[in-house]
Design a protein around this ligand. Structure first.
Ligand code: AP5
Length: 215
């Protein structure tokens, strides 16, 4: 079992980069945000407990997150390669992840810090639109669909995430500074951190990550 983490503020491009890595390697993309959104949509117990935190841009409590990740590691088995997107986000989650990986005979190999200026993050998130059917990402200015509100790939309806409103984005960025930013020093001290310029084009960002993947 091998694992890498994509660390970075909301809008840095964690999901975009994780999908690029997944498309070119055997790494599995584990997005806690996507897992939680699915749980909310399906009305599961976890979804009901997580929904109000997500709407406000606050973090879902650690104990729910640890359980979610543990279940995923058990499901995929000991040979799996993971790219974690959006996890860990607190010191407690980082400790839990290290312990979970160890229990499954694995380890954390690299942590990529995707770093972009705040105005870029806000612009990316306020303009983001997502296909309800296939999940493809658009941006109203940078990557608009050919027909307004309709996915080019599958014809599905495009929607805006409920936490992509300006007020909630500002809170998500504050929550990142308050609760997640300290992980940078932790991983730097462990010699795991690789810094990536997330202000550059998405394909260059993915290439920088691909160049540093563990053997
Ligand atoms: P989550 O879904 O993880 O959201 P996030 O961290 O706020 O990150 P985003 O998905 O908004 O951004 P991203 O960095 O993945 O960027 P993306 O590639 O999409 O979490 C949502 C919520 O769930 C949290 O607020 C919390 O409540 C809860 N949660 C999740 N994990 C948790 C945890 N571990 N603990 C507790 N709670 C948790 O890109 C953004 C946009 O920019 C896209 O439109 C994309 O096309 C575009 N873009 C990306 N890269 C580039 C580029 N290089 N150039 C131009 N455009 C780009």
């Amino acid at each position: 079992m091998k694992a890498i983490v994509l660390l970075g503020a909301p809008g840095a491009g964690k999901g975009t980069t994780a999908e690029a890595v997944k498309g070119r390697t055997a790494f599995l993309h584990v997005s806690t945000g996507d897992m939680l959104r699915r749980a909310v949509k399906n009305g599961t117990d976890l979804g009901r407990r997580a929904e109000s935190y997500m709407k406000q841009g606050e973090l879902v409590p650690d104990e729910l997150m640890t359980q979610l990740i543990d279940e995923r590691l058990v499901k995929e088995g000991p040979e799996a390669l993971y790219v974690f997107d959006g996890y860990p986000r607190t010191v407690n989650q980082a400790e839990q992840l290290e312990q979970s990986l160890e229990r499954h005979g694995g380890r954390l190999d690299r942590v990529f810090l995707l770093d972009a200026p705040r105005p870029v993050l806000i612009e990316r998130l306020t303009g983001r639109r997502i296909c309800r059917q296939c999940g493809r990402n658009y941006h109203v200015v940078n990557v608009p669909p050919a027909k307004d509100g309709v996915c080019d790939a599958c014809g599905g309806e495009l929607y805006q995430r409920s936490d992509d409103t300006e007020d909630t984005i500002v809170n998500r960025l504050e929550v990142y500074e308050r609760q997640t930013h300290s992980l940078i020093a932790r991983y730097e001290a462990q010699g795991l951190l690789v810094r990536v310029d997330a202000g550059q084009q998405a394909d260059r960002m993915a290439a920088d990550v691909m160049a540093e993947l563990p053997e």
